[in-house]
Ligand binder design. Structure first.
Ligand SMILES: Cc1cc2nc3c(=O)[nH]c(=O)nc-3n(C[C@H](O)[C@H](O)[C@H](O)COP(=O)(O)OP(=O)(O)OC[C@H]3O[C@@H](n4cnc5c(N)ncnc54)[C@H](O)[C@@H]3O)c2cc1C
Length: 381
C-alpha cells in the first residue's frame, strides 16, 4: 500500500468536501471521488438554514451535535473566505416563527417556556411587534417567536467555496468518476473500486455519498440510508428592490403556515420545503409546487405577484432513526461513514468534518459522535 492515498472519500457534497478540506489542511493526502460535479445533489438543493432546534428535530443527542456545529460555523466560513475569497453569505439575524392558529400559538408558548428557550435565545413576540419586524406578514397573527440562535448560509456558494478550499489545501477531487464499491483484503480496506473496474488504493475510505451511500458495494452489512425528497422554489424579490419600496419582502428567515421563507442576498426568496418518501422520483411536481406557493402566499401575500424564477427538488439522506451515521465500521478496518444527515447536513458539516478528521488522523473518537455509530443498526449473532 506504499502508493496508497491516506484517505479516499466517496462523494463531494457538503460532507465529503468539508472533510476533504479539513484533512488536507492538516496535511493528509486526500482523494475525493465524485460521479457528477461537487455539491450538485442535496447540498445544492438545500435551503441553507442553520437551525439546531428546527431542522435538527428534537432528539437531544442531535441537538447537542447541532449546537456544537453552529458554534463552529463562524470560524468555518471565515476560513473559507480567507482561503477562497468566496463570501458564503453567513447571516445571523435569526428566525421568526409565526402562529396563525390557537394550536400553533400554544406550541410557540410551550417552546418559549421550555428548557431550550434560553439556549435558543427564543422570545415571544406580540402580533404587532412581529409585523414591525416583518411588515409584509399576513394579518391574523396569534403570536410569534423570535429565535436568535438560528443562522443561515447560501449553500450553493458554500459548496463552491468548500470544493475550492479543499483543492487549494491539496485534496484531489476526481469528478465524473462513479465508484462501484470498496476494495478490501484481510479484514481491512485497501481502496475504492471505480465503476470502470480500476481500483484506487487508499489506507482509509469514507462513504459520504449522501442518499446513494447504501449503493456502495463491499460494505459489511447493508447501510440503512434512503432518500427523503424535498421540493423548493424561488421567487424573485428583486422586482421590489428596484421598485418603490426599496425593501425585500422579508429580511430574515420566517416560518409559518407549514413553510419556510429564506431571503437571499440577491433578493430571491426561497420557499421550502416538502418532505416526501417517494424513492428517487426526481423533479418538482405540480402538487408540491402548489403547496409551496399556497403556503408562501398565505404567509406573505405580496409574494403572489412577484416572478416565480426557479423550482427544484433534492434528496436528503435519511436513516430509520433520523440521525446521521458518522464513525468507523467495527467490522472492516479503515472504513468510515459520514452520511445520513437528513435535514441538517449543511448545519452539521463543520462538526462532522472536524471530529471525523480527529478520528481518521489521530484515532480519537469524540464523545459527541458516540450516538451516531453504525453499530446501532448492526444485528449481532
Ligand atoms: C429541499 C432540501 C432542503 C434542505 N434544507 C436544509 C437546511 O436548510 N439546512 C440544512 O442543514 N440541511 C438542509 N438540507 C439537507 C442537506 O442538504 C443534506 O443533509 C446535505 O446536503 C447532505 O450532504 P451530503 O454531502 O451527505 O450529500 P449530497 O449533497 O447529496 O452529496 C453526495 C454526493 O455523493 C455523490 N455520489 C453518490 N454516489 C456516488 C458514487 N457511487 N460514486 C461517486 N460519487 C457518488 C453524489 O453525486 C453527490 O455529489 C436540505 C435538503 C433538501 C433536499
Amino acid at each position: 500500500m506504499s502508493d496508497a492515498i491516506d484517505v479516499a472519500i466517496i462523494g463531494a457534497g457538503v460532507i465529503g468536501t468539508s472533510l476533504a478540506h479539513e484533512l488536507a489542511r492538516r496535511g493528509a493526502g486526500v482523494l475525493v471521488v465524485e460521479r457528477d460535479s461537487p455539491g450538485r445533489r442535496a447540498t445544492w438543493a438545500a435551503a441553507g438554514m442553520l437551525s439546531p432546534f428546527g431542522e435538527a428535530a428534537t432528539d437531544g443527542r442531535l441537538v447537542e451535535l447541532a449546537e456544537e456545529s453552529l458554534d463552529r460555523y463562524a470560524g468555518f466560513v471565515h476560513a473559507l473566505r480567507e482561503q477562497t475569497g468566496i463570501d458564503v453569505e453567513y447571516r445571523t439575524n435569526g428566525k421568526l416563527h409565526v402562529a396563525y392558529t390557537a394550536a400553533e400559538a400554544e406550541n410557540l408558548r410551550r417552546l418559549a417556556a421550555g428548557p431550550f428557550a434560553a439556549r435558543l435565545q427564543a422570545n415571544l413576540v406580540a402580533p404587532e411587534a412581529a409585523r414591525e419586524l416583518e411588515p409584509e406578514l399576513a394579518e391574523g397573527i396569534e403570536c410569534a417567536l423570535l429565535v436568535g440562535r438560528d443562522h443561515r448560509v447560501n449553500n450553493r456558494l458554500l459548496a463552491q467555496a468548500l470544493a475550492a478550499a479543499a483543492a487549494r489545501a491539496g485534496a484531489v477531487i476526481r469528478t465524473g468518476t462513479p465508484t462501484a464499491g470498496i476494495a478490501a483484503a484481510g479484514g481491512r480496506v485497501t481502496g475504492v473500486r471505480l465503476s470502470s473496474g480500476q481500483v484506487l488504493p487508499a489506507r482509509q475510505v469514507v462513504i459520504a455519498a449522501g442518499s446513494w451511500s447504501g449503493d456502495i458495494e463491499g460494505i459489511p452489512q447493508a447501510l440503512p440510508i434512503f432518500p427523503v425528497k424535498g421540493q423548493m422554489l424561488a421567487i424573485d424579490g428583486r422586482a421590489r428592490i428596484n421598485g418603490r419600496s426599496g425593501r425585500t419582502p422579508i429580511s430574515r428567515v420566517v416560518h409559518g403556515r407549514g413553510a419556510h421563507l429564506i431571503p437571499r442576498e440577491d433578493g430571491r426568496i426561497l420557499v421550502g420545503s416538502t418532505v416526501e418518501e417517494v424513492g428517487f422520483r426526481t423533479g418538482p411536481t405540480p402538487r408540491g409546487v402548489r403547496w409551496l406557493i399556497e403556503s408562501a402566499t398565505a404567509l406573505v401575500p405580496t409574494l403572489a405577484d412577484l416572478p416565480l424564477v426557479e423550482t427544484w427538488a433534492g434528496f436528503r439522506p435519511g436513516t430509520p432513526d433520523q440521525l446521521p451515521i458518522i464513525g468507523p465500521d467495527p467490522d472492516l478496518e479503515g472504513l468510515c461513514y459520514a452520511s445520513g444527515h437528513l435535514r441538517s447536513g449543511i448545519l452539521l458539516a463543520p462538526v462532522t468534518a472536524q471530529t471525523l478528521a480527529d478520528l481518521l488522523l489521530e484515532g480519537t473518537r469524540h464523545e459527541l459522535l458516540m450516538p451516531f455509530g453504525i453499530e446501532r443498526f448492526r444485528s449481532r449473532p
